[in-house]
Every structure is written in structure tokens, then in C-alpha cells.
Write a protein of this length. Structure first.
Length: 182
């Protein structure tokens, strides 16, 4: 009798996480820049996203100072409607879904959507997100021009992972929360 030795199925699951810092009114930025300088949150962003896919809108990519582009030790994926947009060592994709698909095809366990406002909004609307790392900055910014989307708090379970007091390196106090889709 022929021996039946089925091979184990290949499991490739990619979780999709958003990471953002938001003000009390979900402010994100102004004039294509951030609204604060919070070193410990920048370090958290770096530590969390290092070695992963980072998916971002073309305007957010533009907002990164040239000396930090592409974000080092991460696969930079830029979302643009312009098929000719190119930047060295980066991928350009025509949609968020295409960017996620690239991560899936390459076996990425956790792909990060890193902004900005347009991309976060579409990712929430299209229900593409499994987790969120949100830094809640305890301040308001009346002149903000870009906002994180409203999200249904009941859909998420959340855990406080860090508090950052204001000091010389961190302009405003913050709390970093990890949200998981219920
Ligand atoms: N606080 C934070 O954590 C945080 C994080 C990231 C960014 N930000 C801030 O957010 C602001 C930038 O956000 P933003 O909303 O203006 O722009 P964005 O979301 O970064 O980028 C928008 C661009 O993405 C492309 N795009 C959007 N939807 C698309 C789709 N469905 N298909 C293909 N391409 C698409 C388009 O690029 P093309 O025009 O090239 O077609 C569009 O102009 C800045 O102020 C930045 O500092 C804050």
C-alpha cells in the first residue's frame, strides 16, 4: 500500500498594524509636518517597525527629511496614484491593498501602515487593520490640518503599554496604547 505523507500546509499570515501619534482631537500634522517633538515616541516607532514593511502615503514619505529616507532597516512601500513615482530602494504601489499584498507575498508577519491621514482613513474604512499602536499626545492643536480617522472604540480591546512624561526631550506627556481588533 502506498504511504500517504501529506506535507504540512505553509502558513503565511500577515497581520496589519497602524502606528500613529495623535492629539486630543486626533490631530496628526500641519503643512506636511508633525506637530510635536517627542523623542521617546520616535524611538518607540523605530523599535516597533524595525525589520518590517512600512506602508505610507506619498505625502508622508515626502515629509520625511532626506537624510532619513528611505527609513533604514525597513522595507519602504509608498502608496501613490502616480505610476511614475520612484525613490531609490523603495517600492511604489497603486493602493494600500497592493502594498499589503507585497508584504504577504514576502512572508512578512507584521506590516505597518505608518500614515498619513488619507492612508489611515482608507485603511480603517476598508477594514484592513488588525492592530493599532496609538500614541495619545495629551495636548490640542488648533492649527492642525490632518487628522486620524474616527474609529469605533467598541471594536477594539486596548492595553496601555507606556506613559511618557513631558521633559526636555518630550514636548508633551503621552500614553502609548496597543489596540487589537475584537
Ligand atoms: N502623527 C503621526 O503619527 C503621523 C504619521 C504620518 C504622517 N503624519 C502627518 O500626516 C500628514 C500627511 O498626511 P496626508 O493625509 O496629507 O497624506 P498621506 O496619507 O501621507 O498621503 C496621501 C497621498 O497618498 C496617495 N494615496 C492616497 N490614497 C491613495 C489610493 N487609494 N491609491 C493610491 N494612492 C493613494 C496619494 O499620493 P499621490 O498624490 O502621489 O498620488 C496621496 O496624495 C503630514 O502632516 C504628516 O506629518 C503624521
Amino acid at each position: 500500500m502506498e504511504e500517504n505523507t501529506p506535507s504540512a500546509p505553509e502558513i503565511t499570515t500577515t497581520r496589519v498594524a497602524m502606528i500613529a501619534a495623535i492629539g486630543r482631537n486626533r490631530e496628526l500634522g500641519k503643512n506636511n509636518e508633525l506637530l510635536w517633538h517627542i523623542n521617546e515616541d520616535m524611538q518607540f516607532f523605530k523599535d516597533t517597525t524595525i525589520d518590517h514593511y512600512v506602508i505610507m502615503g506619498r505625502k508622508s514619505f515626502d515629509s520625511i527629511p532626506k537624510k532619513y529616507k528611505p527609513l533604514p532597516n525597513r522595507v519602504n512601500v509608498i502608496i501613490s496614484r502616480n505610476p511614475d513615482f520612484m525613490y531609490e530602494e523603495c517600492y511604489t504601489c497603486a493602493s494600500i491593498e497592493e502594498g499589503i499584498e507585497l508584504a504577504v507575498e514576502n512572508g512578512e508577519p507584521m506590516a505597518f501602515i505608518i500614515g498619513g491621514g488619507e492612508i489611515y482613513r482608507q485603511a480603517i474604512e476598508k477594514n484592513l487593520v488588525d492592530e493599532m499602536f496609538l500614541t495619545h499626545v495629551d495636548a490640542s492643536f488648533a492649527d492642525a490640518d490632518t487628522f486620524f480617522p474616527a474609529y469605533d472604540h467598541l471594536q477594539w480591546e486596548k492595553e496601555l503599554i507606556r506613559t511618557i512624561p513631558a521633559d526636555s526631550q518630550n514636548e508633551f506627556p503621552c500614553e502609548i496604547w496597543h489596540y487589537r481588533k475584537k
